[in-house]
Design a protein around this ligand. Structure first.
Ligand code: ZN
Ligand code: MN
Length: 255
């Protein structure tokens, strides 16, 4: 298998791969608490693992993950009040995305993929891509193409049914729940301790946000649903479904 991590390549090898048209995949994550049972880096490790497998499938390269993300929101990530959660302003996320894409374009990259692992990043990734494309157009570069995706959008209903048996709480409250914990059990079991899972019902929120937030709305664990039913085998299935779905989508989109 070709080495896919660009940080581990010597520059002439990288330049040759870029020159032959390799797409570059950029995992975008966050440093964010994910409950007492798990490390704070699933939003980085999971899109990175997916990106490396997809890159191997499609002849792509993987840039180092962006390890910090936009502020954790209470109804999707527990909230930005939790210890450990370390977030960027939206304009910073946008600037990082714009700057990295502009540099890749300078190297000759013409196909880039942002693989998001942290829900709150989405709009700021989009803005960074838009600003990068605008700057590149000013420089006369009009053939740079970007795809933005969040890996959980590739998990189909059959997979959801197989894992949740009719009890799927929705992606919004999956923070630190069965999805991320199962993937971590499969990929990084050393970073999970299932004996520390808090088994509680999915968090229920009103259809609005309040600021300052009400910390008592977030379950004490910091998770928005229970990871009790997480299994490494579920993680293996989810990983396979995501890698197949994303590899296929990128081949279609870039053809
Ligand atoms: Zn997460
Ligand atoms: Mn997150």
């Amino acid at each position: 298998m070709n080495q896919v991590r660009i940080a581990e390549l010597a520059w002439p090898v990288y330049a040759e791969r870029v020159g032959s048209g390799a797409p570059v995949l950029i995992p975008v994550g966050a440093l964010e608490q994910h409950g007492p049972h798990m490390s704070m880096n699933p939003d980085v490790l999971l899109p990175t693992a997916i990106a490396e497998r997809v890159a191997a499938d499609i002849g792509g390269l993987v840039a180092p993950a962006i390890a910090y993300g936009y502020k954790s929101q209470q109804k999707s990530g527990g909230g930005n009040h939790m210890p450990g959660t370390t977030s960027l302003d939206g304009s910073t996320v946008t600037s990082i995305i714009r700057d990295v894409l502009r540099e890749l374009a300078r190297h000759g990259v013409r196909k880039a993929v942002l693989i998001n692992g942290h829900y709150e990043n989405s709009a700021f990734i989009t803005e960074g891509v838009d600003l990068a494309l605008r700057e590149l157009r000013w420089d006369g570069i009009v053939d740079f193409r970007c795809i933005i995706l969040s890996y959980w959008d590739f998990i189909d209903q059959a997979t959801i049914d197989a894992i949740y048996q009719g009890d799927f709480p929705g992606w919004a409250v999956e923070h630190g729940g069965v999805l991320e914990t199962s993937l971590m059990l499969h990929l990084h079991p050393d970073l999970v301790d299932m004996s520390l899972v808090h088994d509680h019902p999915p968090a229920v929120f009103p259809p609005y946000d309040v600021f300052p937030i009400k910390p008592e709305w977030t379950p004490a664990s910091g998770c928005l649903s229970s990871a009790k039913r997480a299994r490494a085998e579920h993680g293996e299935l989810i990983l396979r479904v995501c890698v197949q779905g994303i590899s296929g989508a990128l081949q279609t989109a870039f053809d």
